[in-house]
Design a protein around this ligand. Sequence first.
Ligand code: 13P
Ligand code: SF4
Length: 331
Amino acid sequence: MSLPLPTIEKIDLSPERIEELHGEIKELAAKRGAVILAHNYQRPEVQGVADYVGDSLGLSRQAAETEAAVIVFCGVHFMAETAAILSPQKKVLLPDLRAGCSLAASITAEDVRKWKAKFPDHIAVGYVNTTAEVKAELDYCCTSGNVIDVIDAIPEDKGILFLPDFFLGAHVRRMRPDRNVQVWMGECHVHKEINTRTVNARRAEYPEAEVLVHPECGCAGQLIYGVGMGDVDPNGVHILSTEGMVRAATNGSDDDTFIVATEVGILTRMQQVAPNKTFIPADPEALCAFMKTSTLDAIRDSLVKDQHIITVPPDVAERATAALDRMVSIG
Ligand code: 13P
Ligand code: SF4
């Protein structure tokens, strides 16, 4: 399944205009009893108006726990679907319907059913970057933040079907080499471009820097292989979720320079929580066009026009809930 990639709109707002839009949005949100959730890859001015900014696991937890009647989800479609499943009594708004995900689009529910038919005794584990229909076919859902804990929660004698991300699957295999893990060959168009060559070039420029790598990265699998082959120095390389990266920057260590191998939106958050540290994007071109569709105008419009309401058919939601509940409760 291929997904049209939106064009990334260049938006140059003055600080005054940003403040004005933030004021409008906050007022509308208060009137409607809405909470604004934003993923770490969102535009800086969108992160600035959010009540909570975090990784996909943190956002799922917020969606499940919030008392708000309306959730404005500044992220991508599968994340808003997850919020709708976890909080069925809330209204979930996605500011722009073009906010898909190339990784989620790499597998369909029919693909999962066929795969499971080939390995009937295996446990199906899916990354949260999947559609609700795919989640409905899973035993467990996970995020990059709790994937290893989820694998450890499955009895050791059970084989595992891991989907859809090949690189995250490679990470699981490396961390748990004794487990029988079959991996789907899906990938994210952004992370697959961040490779060992790019990361090694940055390391040559900043030899003292710690290297923070999202497990979805092209380089995660290659780095792991490279470490094994002796081509990559393993010192200072950390494989982390986006929130794990934020924590690494604020964990009180003396490390002050970090090469960050994921979508560059995360740098806004890192710079904010650790203003005295230096963050170098492994690839400054690593931008997720889907994530950038939520603009302040689109968020304001979503609250004014009550758009776009994300719903999941009850039978699909019911089947997806068990896998998602396990994800939220583990790790
Ligand atoms: P996190 O789970 O680390 O937030 O990542 C989500 C995602 O879409 C990565 O591209
Ligand atoms: Fe999906 Fe990749 Fe964008 Fe993350 S960065 S939302 S995996 S397309």
